[in-house]
Write a protein that binds this ligand. Structure first.
Ligand code: ADP
Ligand code: MG
Length: 517
């Protein structure tokens, strides 16, 4: 049933649910082939023909052109997974798609959507309970392996030992929000490194400025350091050379006054978000002051946090109390290009990671993998518990739920069974992407998980069959799996219960929440 009501298109009942199921499956299909160590990449090309090559589920879905309110709901799942756990976005999309597929089969058997949603919730709660009893305590070595696992199957893999060591180092030395990444192409991944202090991807604005300033007094300016527009644009009538000369002199005088005002605060290092007039740049250089322009707002914010400087939006009001301090501000050279390094700041904890790789595309992809890896290390360290990867926990939970289902009874039992079957999609997809027979692999996994002590077994992507994932060092934070199951369950049960989808003709008239559940 699909019909038009006024300006909106309406999809009701079975049609609405079909749409939800179809879209959930389509989004799972979009990312399916990227799952696991042998997953392939997607190349995304936007309308402006800019391309991204990625293996990252969240990025793929974010950049894809599926434009439907239901797709937006599912996109939120990937986003939530990324924000809360830094990893597992592909898994959560695949799982959501599979829960919807399994629900479709139950709907065909005339099981009411509410019963399915309820059964899914019962199953998820049981799974969460079972997860409490599963887990391996973290150590430094385990954190390193968690980082390596997160980078498997991505461009970062070739140098994952090197990058994992950086992840563990920075994740343990500071909070995540203190870590900033500077990306530089034309280098080797192996040259990526962690640097204590802040890196700002800028350079001095005048060649006569010093290369380093010790005992830096730092001013952060969010405005142009130049004459106001109207004064700069003033035209002079040319009567004689003297008049022109006078005008130039008076303009220089005004510019110098601006420079003097800035320096009267005692600043010897200036980070400016906007532009600095060339004459003032020269003036700063003459005074031995280091100044950088067009500094990113996020860098100014990090600088403010580390050095104690306040962001100045009106140069006339600048005072010494607005300035921050650093023991050393220096320009370093990385891959033939300068970078500014700020160290010995009053608030410690800023750590920068310099990501190097041969091309911009690779640098960007390494950066994404690195962000995930640092994130998973930090949550694994926080929770103190990890699980074997390779689909092992999904298999174990599936096994537990199949047994549990027999105690549930009613129509919900079928939903719990469907849920248990849906969990198998993760190991199944990993196997398929590795060129293994998915069914054979699942049968082998079911067998080993039914046996005593088989819970750590996942897909053996190298030799086929199953393997104890801890023996091959494939580990992931428990939170990644717990959150993936929780949010896939919530999304699927939400989507199954949708009775009507109202789509405005003009997309913009509807907000994200404007469709009926
Ligand atoms: P996601 O976006 O869901 O994290 P990935 O492409 O990163 O997707 O794949 C993650 C899955 O791959 C996890 O289930 C993880 O345990 C598994 N995995 C990683 N390395 C291996 C490996 N060497 N062998 C088997 N499975 C692995
Ligand atoms: Mg991953």
């Amino acid at each position: 049933m699909s019909d038009k009501v006024g300006e909106t298109k309406q999809q009701v009942g079975a049609t609405a649910r079909d749409v939800c199921i179809h879209i959930a499956k389509e989004m799972a299909d979009l990312v399916k082939h990227t799952l696991g160590p042998a997953g392939l990449d997607n190349m995304l090309v936007d309308a402006a023909k800019e391309s991204v090559i990625t293996n990252d589920g969240a990025t793929i879905v974010k950049e894809s052109a599926i434009d439907h309110p239901v797709a937006k709901v599912i996109m939120q799942v990937a986003k939530a997974q990324e924000e809360n756990c830094y990893d597992g976005t592909t898994s959560v999309l695949i799982l959501t798609g599979e829960l919807m597929s399994q629900a479709a089969a139950l709907l065909n058997q005339k099981i009411h959507p509410t019963k399915i949603a309820l059964g899914y919730q019962i199953a998820a709660i049981k799974a969460e309970e079972a997860l409490l009893d599963m887990g391996i305590d973290t150590t430094d070595e385990i954190l390193d392996l968690v980082a390596q696992t997160a980078m498997t199957g991505k461009s970062a893999e070739s140098d994952k030992e090197h990058l994992a060591a950086i992840c563990v180092e920075v994740a343990q030395s500071t909070d995540l929000e203190n870590i900033s990444v500077v990306r530089r192409p034309n280098g080797k991944i192996r040259d990526s490194t962690a640097i204590a202090g802040l890196l700002v991807d800028r350079e001095k604005s005048h060649h006569n400025m010093p290369d380093s300033v010790s005992d830096a007094k730092i001013a952060l300016l969010s405005v142009d350091v130049s004459l106001p527009e109207f004064a700069a644009a003033l035209q002079v009538q040319v009567h004689d050379n003297d008049a022109v000369q006078n005008f130039i002199e008076s303009r220089k005088g005004q510019l110098q006054a601006i420079g003097e005002t800035v320096l009267s605060s005692g600043a010897n290092v200036i980070f400016c978000m906007r532009d600095i007039d060339p004459f003032i740049q020269e003036y700063f250089a003459k005074k031995g002051v280091y100044a950088a322009r067009r500094v990113a707002k996020s860098d100014l914010e990090s600088l403010s946090k580390a050095t104690g400087a306040r962001l100045i939006s009106n140069i006339d009001n600048i005072t010494e109390s607005d300035l921050g301090t650093a023991g050393l501000v220096e320009e370093i050279s990385v891959g033939d290009r300068p970078l500014i390094k700020v160290t010995e700041t009053p608030t410690q904890g800023a750590v920068s990671v310099l990501v190097r790789a041969p091309t911009q595309h690779v640098v960007d992809e390494i950066n994404r993998a690195f962000d995930d890896a640092v994130g998973v290390v930090s949550i694994a360290a926080e929770d103190g518990s990890v699980l074997p990867g390779g689909g092992a926990p999904y298999m174990q939970l599936s096994t537990i739920l199949k047994e549990y289902a027999t105690t549930v009874g009613g129509r919900e039992q079928m939903a719990v069974e469907a849920f248990a079957n849906a969990l198998e999609i993760i190991p199944m997809t990993i196997a398929e992407n590795s060129g293994l027979d998915p069914l054979d692999t699942i049968i082998a996994l079911r067998q080993v998980h039914n046996a005593e002590d088989g819970w750590k077994h996942g897909v053996n992507v190298e030799g086929g069959g199953t393997v104890d994932m801890t023996s091959i060092n494939v580990l992931e934070p428990k939170r990644v799996i717990a959150q993936a199951i929780r949010s896939a369950t919530d999304t699927a049960s939400q989507l199954i219960r949708i009775e009507k989808i109202l789509t405005a003709k003009k997309q913009s008239e509807f907000g994200e929440d404007d469709f009926a559940y």
